[in-house]
Design a protein around this ligand. Structure first.
Ligand SMILES: [Zn+2]
Ligand SMILES: [Zn+2]
Length: 529
């Protein structure tokens, strides 16, 4: 959910505008930043500048552009993906989208911005050099140092060093892999491993990976050609990325290299090099469908090789293991990082490359970005060791005031998260309610009394608490407790008090039998006397 505002002379630009996801299974589709802070500056948003096309950097653009009619600058490949996203949200028609190129500065209000080529797990990634009244700010975006990028677009250390020579006020750098030592590794080395795995296979080879890694997709195309196989793209994600990459020149594939997905059953398995989404065990993705045997265009089993060319994002282990289990039961052979080192490399710089970035830019001030507080703190420590004069760790909502006098981080601003469900924001209170419903269950209680509060009827219905048919005794017990509680009330008690007493009695009764207090709704009625 990367999104940062830079303000000067009453004008604001945003660097990136990303989303994140909610893994609590509460039905939330996506989370985007609360843009409320943009209202509090008393300033004017003049544009958005995108570093690269990953969802955590572009995904919130539709939500921003629904509220602010501002231009968006992005590298061509990101722009292709942005167009897809905006099209889904029907904001494409009025969007002002402008292409950026490395080493080609452009103006956004009073800011001058120069994109700088960096390497990353997506093609066409950039860092930004932003000229401000307080000097140059370098924002790395997401980066790593790939020494042999498959598209030939090299990490521009020369330009970063030039900027360093000229003097950089502030560097903000990607902290994701601060805990990893050693070189990050190159995509071509992954390709060598994937080529060996493809050559050695007799049946179909299915490579599960992040759809956005166009470098790897491109190299898989080369592998397919060399091994006499066809590329089969399984899943919407890889289809979209391949289409956008081909239209922007990042995937120079001949037409006969790709075999149409819907006709995959016509190909002998020995001719298939499939690329599938779903490396994190996502239930609706192609790999899960293959594992369940309900993929519409391909069946896999004994003799086929599944290559998990991705890391398992912490938190997804259970899903991934369940998925691998299903594939094993079908007779597939599984290759992962455990069987083949080098089957995947990260898109984010390891510690030595983060150090190299600081040494190239030699900033006066340093603020680590992208990562948890732990990552930021360790990256800050690295910058101090590297000799940066002033280092600050700041969290969401904190303002860093940069001037010739120093770096002041004492002020804060409004910030937050907007959870989106079915296309609309969903209130935090509603989400809390869902969480409680999941944990405690639900009870609905209808009570009918006569004019003297004698109970005529009690009906208790529960959801997510117990099997009512099997535990009819328990339901009867709660109903009996209700009758007693109502009978014990004074004769002249008002309706609100009775309703509340019923609610509390139901919750107390289930707390005694189940240790849970279901969310309880009461329908109280009194017959006319
Ligand atoms: Zn990224
Ligand atoms: Zn990112």
């Amino acid at each position: 959910m990367n999104c940062m505002a830079i303000e000067q002379r009453g004008e604001v630009i945003l660097v990136d505008c990303g989303v994140t996801f909610d893994n609590r299974n509460l039905g939330v589709d996506v989370i985007h930043p609360d843009f409320g802070a943009l209202e509090t500056f008393g300033t004017r948003l003049v544009g958005v500048v995108i570093t690269h096309g990953h969802e955590d950097h572009i995904g919130a653009l539709p939500y921003l552009l629904k509220r602010y009619d501002v231009p968006v600058w992005a590298p061509p490949y990101s722009l292709g993906l942005i167009r897809e996203r905006l099209g889904e949200h029907e904001v494409l028609a009025h969007a002002r989208l402008l292409e950026t190129r490395p080493r080609t500065p452009f103006k956004v209000g009073s800011f001058e911005i120069e994109p700088i080529r960096v390497t990353h797990s997506i093609a066409d990634a950039t860092a930004l050099a932003i000229t401000t009244d307080a000097g140059t700010i370098v924002h790395t975006g997401d980066f790593k140092l790939d020494e042999a990028p498959p598209d030939g677009e090299h990490f521009d250390s020369e330009r970063l060093a030039e900027l360093g020579d000229a003097g950089v006020t502030l560097l903000m750098s990607d902290s994701t892999n601060i805990d990893s030592e050693g070189p990050t590794g190159n995509e071509v080395d992954v390709a060598a491993v994937l080529e060996e795995l493809t050559e050695g296979a007799t049946g179909a080879v299915v490579v599960a990976m992040f759809a956005s890694n166009i470098h790897r997709l491109r190299l898989l195309g080369d592998i397919a050609r060399k091994t006499g196989r066809k590329i089969v793209l399984l899943g919407r994600g890889v289809g979209t990325h391949a289409r956008v990459a081909r239209s922007t020149g990042y995937l120079p594939w001949p037409d006969d290299l790709v075999w149409p997905e819907r006709r995959a059953r016509e190909l002998p398995h020995s001719k298939i090099l499939a690329v599938a989404t779903g490396s994190q065990g996502e239930a609706n993705a192609a790999l899960s469908k293959l594992a369940r045997g309900d993929h519409p265009s391909l069946d896999i089993g004994s003799g086929d090789r599944i290559v998990l060319s991705a890391r398992t994002i912490p938190g997804n282990e259970t899903e991934v293991h369940a998925l691998l289990g299903k594939l094993l039961k079908r007779g597939c052979e599984i290759r992962t990082r455990l069987t083949d080192r080098g089957i995947h490399v990260s898109g984010h710089a390891h510690r030595p490359e983060q150090r190299r970035m600081i040494e190239l830019v030699r900033p006066k001030y340093f603020i680590p970005v992208h990562g948890t507080f732990h990552h930021l703190t360790r990256h800050a420590q690295l910058a101090r060791e590297t000799g940066v004069e002033h280092v600050a760790v700041i969290e969401n909502g904190r303002i860093a005031e940069v001037s010739t006098d120093g770096l002041d981080t004492t002020h804060t601003t409004h910030f937050g998260r907007v959870h989106v469900w079915a296309g609309r924001p969903i209130a935090p209170a509603v989400l809390r309610e869902r969480q409680v419903l999941a944990e405690e269950g639900f009870a609905s209680c209808s009570v009918l009394v006569d004019a003297r509060n004698a109970v005529l009827d009690v009906t208790l219905v529960t959801r997510g608490v117990l099997d009512e048919a099997e535990h009819a005794d328990e339901i009867d017990g709660v109903e009996a407790a209700l009758r007693r509680a109502i009978a014990a009330l004074p004769a002249n008690v008002d309706e609100a008090r009775i309703t509340e007493e019923i609610r509390l009695t139901v919750r107390r009764a289930f707390f005694q039998t189940r240790g849970k207090k279901p969310v309880t709704v009461v329908h109280f009625r009194r017959t006319p006397s």
